[in-house]
Ligand binder design. Sequence first.
Ligand code: FAD
Length: 413
Amino acid sequence: MSRRVVVLGAGVVGLCTALECARRGFSVVVVDRKPRRRDGCSFGNAGMVVPSHFIPLAAPGMVSLGLRWMWNSESPFYIKPRLDPSLVAWGMRFWRAATRARVAAAAPVLRDLSLLSRSCFRGMDLEFGLVEKGLLMLCKEDHSLEEEVRAAGMANELGIPAVVLDAKGLAALDPEVTMDVCGGIHFPKDCHLSPGRFMGVLEEELLRLGVRFHWESEVLDFDTGSSSLKEVETSGGEICGDVFVLCAGVWSSKLAKTLRLSLPMQGGKGYSLTLTNPPQLPRLCSICTEARIAVTPMDGALRFGGTMELSGLGESVALRRVRGIIRSAMRYFPAFSEADFAGVEPWSGFRPVSPDGMPYLGRTRRWKNLLVATGHAMMGLSLAPATGKIVSDLIEESDPAVDLSLLDPDRFG
Ligand SMILES: Cc1cc2nc3c(=O)[nH]c(=O)nc-3n(C[C@H](O)[C@H](O)[C@H](O)COP(=O)(O)OP(=O)(O)OC[C@H]3O[C@@H](n4cnc5c(N)ncnc54)[C@H](O)[C@@H]3O)c2cc1C
């Protein structure tokens, strides 16, 4: 089949989409405003593949927790107060979506997406070092362990195995690392990988398959007919195609606006610190529940990631919050000291966060040859292969394996 697919954005969602399309025989072009050796959310993230994350960000309790954390300069969540109508509208939508009924409806969809993605990772037939040992949710306090035990019950009911462990059980699973915790949950189906390595392997494979990349080509506008797109206008010239896939991360909102579509998103800025020579190297990845930090071994290095800062799309680094990540890391892993983090350059990236915590995935009513694949927030790496598969199914006009109604890109207007 010689249909030309133009993928807008070379993050992990764009590359996984390009891979699936190229493997199905489409002619694929990938466009990105950055140079080939770029950085961004898809490179510095925590590398976790997470069927355990079946509860969307917009969940009961998150609004009040967020408001409490806002006043603590080292907390994992921060909204910079500002008179920005799009932020206010986003906040109202988040608040409306954070109900028990929404979570109950969203959880099976996220589960299906995650499990599909996990099987896509396993079946990719590329060597990128997927580690299938599971993920630990670590708790320091009894009340958070109780909450996690409840979540583990929900997970098991949904068919996602989750095992409750005390401190001894955790130590037995990962004996090489000292953890100061009271207990936690093991999600054996979760996996981890090194995102930089994964991105490199994807890019190599795409080149091998004949996919063409247009680097340093910022998408500025679209040439349209009455109901379809004809070409994208980029800073490097026009690119025409038969199908266009919008996967430009948090910047997709702006591009959607030029197409008279509404894809509300905030950039959830996060930081990570990668220790190339850590004093201890866990075997499993983990999330420190109270501090909301993620810890992932990556090919001998150890990455600590965290913070969700809704402060616009500026590149500045809030050193207080980076310090918060380091302090938290030392509280859960007492073998680590400040000296281990000395000289480690903090990385930052923007998660594309929709107000209801669900990705935008599917066709739009307005443009018949446009597909949208973005808004994956904290799960973009995890859900990218399933996203690519679903996009390709839709291009081929076959039914996707997951119910897409809650992911409708037109749901906010
Ligand atoms: C600290 C941290 C830890 C995380 N940990 C995890 C994790 O463990 N597991 C997980 O699943 N997810 C994790 N995430 C989230 C994950 O990184 C993101 O969801 C994912 O990278 C988003 O990928 P994307 O392809 O949608 O967007 P991006 O990676 O942002 O890619 C979008 C691309 O579009 C390009 N672009 C934008 N505008 C234009 C334009 N106008 N023209 C051309 N190109 C354009 C950009 O240059 C960019 O390359 C984490 C995020 C952070 C910040």
